[in-house]
Each structure stands twice: as C-alpha cells, then as structure tokens.
Design a protein around this ligand. Structure first.
Ligand code: HXC
Length: 518
C-alpha cells in the first residue's frame, strides 16, 4: 500500500480531526460538574488498551433541520465498541454530553442499536454509560423511533446477556426506559438523575417545587423508587464497583458464572453461627452476620441495599462459584415481606434464574405485612411475584430456615412444595401456620374472654404453642424440610447440597410465556 497516497493522507487527516474533537475545554466542562468525559470513563472501565471503537466517523443524520441546529460532529455524541473487562469480552456505549448534550438523534440511536445487536450475537454483556439530554429535539420523530429500537433491543436481549446501565449525568424523558429495561442500574450520587418529567414540568402541571436531586437523584432511586440498584459517591468508584460486579456474572445465559480460584480460607464448620439468632424470638439480629460466615470470605456483594431493606439480596461465592442470596432481614420490620421487598426479591430471583446462578435463601419472616396501605396497593398481586419467581426458577435452590417461617411466608420463601431443592432448618426454626399470638387469639378466644387472668393464660398458651407447634421437628418428621441441622455445619451442608444439584435438569413444558402477576 502506498502510505503517501491520497486516501492514506485523508485517513490520517480524519484521525487527527477526530482527536481534536475532544478538546481539553470540553473535558474541563465535564470535570467542573464532577463528571468524567466519555473516553475517560471507557478507559477506566476496560482493561488497558483493549477497547476498540467502531463507527467513530459517523455523522448526524440531519444537519439541515427546520428548528435549531445540529452540530456536525464525528460519532454523533456516543462512543460505541467492545473490549475486555477482567479479560472477558464486553460491549459498551458511552454517551458524550459535550456533543449536543449527548442527545439522541437517529445516527446516535443506530450506533447504540448496532452495538446491542453485536453484543447479543456474540453473547457478551453490554454496558451503557448514560449522560444525555434525551431525544434530540431537532431530529423529532426520528429520535423517538431511535429510542424505540433501543428499547426493543433491550427486550430482545433480556435474559440472554447481562445488560447494565450506569447513569452518569442526566437521563430524562422516555430515555429512562432504556435503563429500566436493563438488568441493573448503577447511579453516581449528586451528578446523575433520572425522571420522566423534570422539575419544570412538575412545577407547571402540579405547581410543586422540587430540585433535580429530590425528584430523581441517585438517593431517591436507590431508596424510594427502586429504579436503581447501586449508588456510589463518584464515577471512579462506580466504575470500579461495576467491574467487580461483572466478575460474578456469566457472559450469557448459555454459560455458567465464572468460578474464581478458591483459597480454602473460610471454615466449613463455624461455631459462631450458633450464637447469632437470639433465644428471645422477638429480638432482632442482622442476617448479614449469618451470610458472611457462610459464604466465601469477603465475597458478599449486596444489591439494592437501601431499597426494601427487610429483604437482603446479593451475590456471593461458595468455593469460588457464584450464588445468589435472598434473605429476610429481621433487623428491619422483623423481616416482613411487603410490596417492595416482594418485588425486589422476585426480580433478583428471576435474574439469577436467567443467568444460571444458584439461589441460597435464608428465612426468618413473620409473614406478609398487614394493613390497609399494603392491601389497597396490591400486596396480594405483588407477593404473588415472589411465589411465581421462586417456583418458576429452575436453578438449584436451597433454603435455610433460621427462625420464623409462618404462614404464606413459609411457602413463599422457596419451600420444598413450591419447588425448592433442599430445605434445612436450624433448631431455632419456628414453622407453623401463624405466629403464637395470632394462633392463641383465634383458637382460645372464648377461654381468654372468660379467664380471670387472661394475660397469664395467654402467656401459658403461647409457650405451649411454641413448645408443641412452632418448632422445626413436625416439618422434619413430615418431610416438609430435609433436615434440622446444627447451625455450625451450615456452610458444609450447603456446599454438599449444591454439589448434589450440580447437574440438576428440569424439563419446562413448552409455552409462549407464563403470565406472571405484574
Ligand atoms: C437537543 C439538547 C438536548 C436535547 C440538551 N441539549 N438536551 N439538544 N436535544 N434533548 C443541548 C443544549 O441545547 C446545549 O447545547 C447542550 O446540550 C448542553 O445542555 P445545557 O442545557 O446547556 O446543559 P445543562 O445546563 O447541564 O442541562 C442539562 C439538561 C438540560 C438538564 C439535560 O439540557 C435539559 O433539561 N435538557 C432537556 C431534557 C429533557 O427534557 N429531555 C427529554 C426530551 S424528550 P449548546 O449548543 O447550548 O451547548 C425525550 C423523549 C424520549 O427524551 C422518548 C423515548 C420514548
């Protein structure tokens, strides 16, 4: 090839022009807002010199628009490509706010759609780094159609490749539905926000004053709405956390999650587990204390930590292999299942099932949360999601009943009759139709009403109920659990149960899809 030829010179000139597009002044503007540039983000995310950009030179579709103007830019405000993260292939797109506010025009959308389709075909995760003013106003309906294609691709890829959105700036209007359709949403505190309509519209329509952060900031979405799952204080920490997060996941639904070398440093038998659940059934404890002694040391990575905290979800490892954890949290509302925790649990279980991640459940739950608010907002419908998700999941499923397992909550938390594979109970387990107080009040209403000392009678009956009914031994004798175990042996038992389930295979009857209670 003649490297002094016309085309080669033009090629070099274009490379030079592309480099110049990313000026220090633009970078400064991003830095001044506490944000990195799109390239800085990609360079942090991918293993050194592995990211390969494609479509760097495409230009916006419509430069002669009727309203406003569209800048001629290379790449149309989004960088797309592939590279390696911890040595594994990952596809990504990073919106560039310095070019027309990262707004999404037709070509910008086509680039994202192209990389989504490549990721799906190649069976590799896709990561979206979002920093955009939304649909490019100047390009009108073409932008909307572009979003529709991206949404369609998210849905086509759902359950086949992991899709993770990282919100690193604005994400407004219908644009929010792209992260909403992905598996996990990460947000950076104070510099990212998501809302369907911004503070101005809220003011106009409802005459309410609200700030960007209070309406759709990261804290709102990880605590209240549940739209986002992970929050970090700055972009560097967000990206580092994302890389760690990916290490738990397989590249696609045909693979098993990666196994990392295991150093034998976690004791399989641990007497400390005997001391966590208090003797007094009304006393709380932190279920995380159980989780961290059972899974590989330092391997527990909690998801949606701040949302619906009466249920703990997250990934961990057992002898280097990824598992999903679902655990009632007695420290928050006694570990009750409410609408939000049911939805949180169901979505997590479905993710694990889609990506071949075995599920370990720790159960200590007094039941579903009673009350007008919960009933009127559909605890029946939402609680059913947990049932559906557990029952539908075909990955290996093990439950450890730590303490309370009353009523519908006993059933829902992966009981054997619902399709759970192994169910173990600690001697502290209380398995019954309902808690002692409720049971005594119903069965002995008349006696209590007529008693000289109803308080003393109730106390006696509650004790009798606990001794005779609310224990793990009846379920054990009837085979509704597999074994009552010494808490110290929990990890050992789980390891051998998952080992036994290694080749679990379930034939699912053919159907278009089930009709999950949404
Ligand atoms: C075209 C846009 C744009 C957009 C921002 N810009 N949003 N251009 N279309 N949607 C441009 C600005 O004109 C400006 O250009 C540059 O990006 C930077 O924007 P600023 O406003 O100067 O930045 P900042 O003050 O940081 O404010 C950022 C912002 C604000 C909060 C995101 O730009 C904003 O409110 N944008 C509109 C957000 C929105 O409502 N989007 C929803 C669109 S509807 P110059 O040339 O001055 O640098 C939608 C529907 C999708 O998305 C439906 C899918 C189903």
């Amino acid at each position: 090839m003649d490297i002094s030829g016309k085309n080669f010179k033009a090629f070099l000139a274009r490379q030079e022009a592309l480099k110049k597009q990313y000026s220090p002044k633009q970078a400064e503007k991003q830095h001044a807002k506490g944000k990195l540039t799109a390239w800085e983000r990609l360079n942090l995310l991918f293993d050194e010199e592995t990211f390969e950009e494609i479509d760097a030179f495409v230009t916006p579709a419509a430069q002669n628009v009727e309203f406003g103007k569209v800048e001629k830019s290379y790449g149309d405000g989004v960088i797309v490509g592939h590279g390696k993260i911890n040595g594994r292939l990952v596809f990504a797109y990073a919106q560039d706010f310095t070019i027309m506010g990262g707004s999404l025009g037709l070509v910008h959308a086509k680039k994202i759609a192209k990389i989504q389709e490549m990721a799906l075909k190649m069976g590799a995760p896709i990561i979206g780094l979002l920093d955009s003013g939304g649909a490019r106003i100047q390009e009108g309906v073409a932008s909307l159609a572009g979003y529709a294609t991206i949404f369609h691709n998210c849905i086509q890829s759902s359950g086949i490749i992991p899709q993770i959105a990282v919100i690193m700036g604005p994400c407004a209007g219908g644009a929010v539905y792209s992260p909403a359709l992905m598996d996990f949403v990460f947000m950076v505190n104070h510099t990212s926000f998501m809302f369907v309509t911004g503070p101005n519209v809220v003011k106009e329509v409802l005459n309410e004053d609200v700030t960007f952060d209070d309406l759709g900031g990261a804290e709102v979405h990880v605590q209240k709405s549940g739209v986002a799952h992970m929050i970090y204080e700055d972009e560097e920490n967000t990206i580092m956390a994302l890389k760690k997060f990916l290490s738990y996941l397989p590249s696609n639904n045909m693979e098993n999650p990666p196994t990392i070398p295991y150093d034998n440093s976690t004791p399989d038998i641990n007497n400390k587990l005997r001391d966590i659940v208090p003797d007094d059934p009304n006393k709380a404890y932190d279920v995380r204390d159980v989780i961290i002694l059972v899974v590989d040391r330092n391997s527990f990575l909690e998801t949606s930590e701040l949302y619906a905290p009466s249920l703990v979800t997250g990934f961990a490892r057992l002898q280097g292999r990824t598992i999903g954890i679902v655990a009632n949290q007695p420290k928050v509302l006694a570990g009750v299942l409410d609408i939000n925790s049911s939805v949180k649990g169901a979505r997590f279980i479905r993710f694990c099932d889609a990506f071949n991640i075995p599920i370990l459940t720790f159960e200590d739950v007094p039941g579903f949360l009673p009350g007008i608010d919960q009933e009127h907002n559909g605890i029946i419908r939402h609680g059913a999601k947990m049932l559906y998700a557990y029952s539908e999941a075909t990955v290996p499923k093990i439950t450890i009943i730590l303490r309370k397992a009353y009523g519908g909550a006993f059933i829902v938390m992966n009981s054997k009759s619902l399709g759970g594979d192994f169910s173990f109970a600690w001697p502290t387990a209380e398995i019954a139709v309902m808690g002692p107080d409720g049971a005594v009040a119903i069965l002995y209403r008349k006696e209590l009403a007529e008693a000289k000392d109803p308080v003393a009678l109730k106390k006696e009956l509650v004790k009798k109920y606990r001794d005779k009914v609310a224990n793990p031994f009846i379920a054990d004798e009837l085979g509704y659990i597999d074994e009552v175990i010494d808490p110290a042996l929990t990890r050992k038992k789980i390891i051998s149960a998952f080992e036994a389930l290694k080749n679990k295979w379930v034939k699912v009857p053919s159907r278009k899809h089930g009709n999950m209670p949404l």
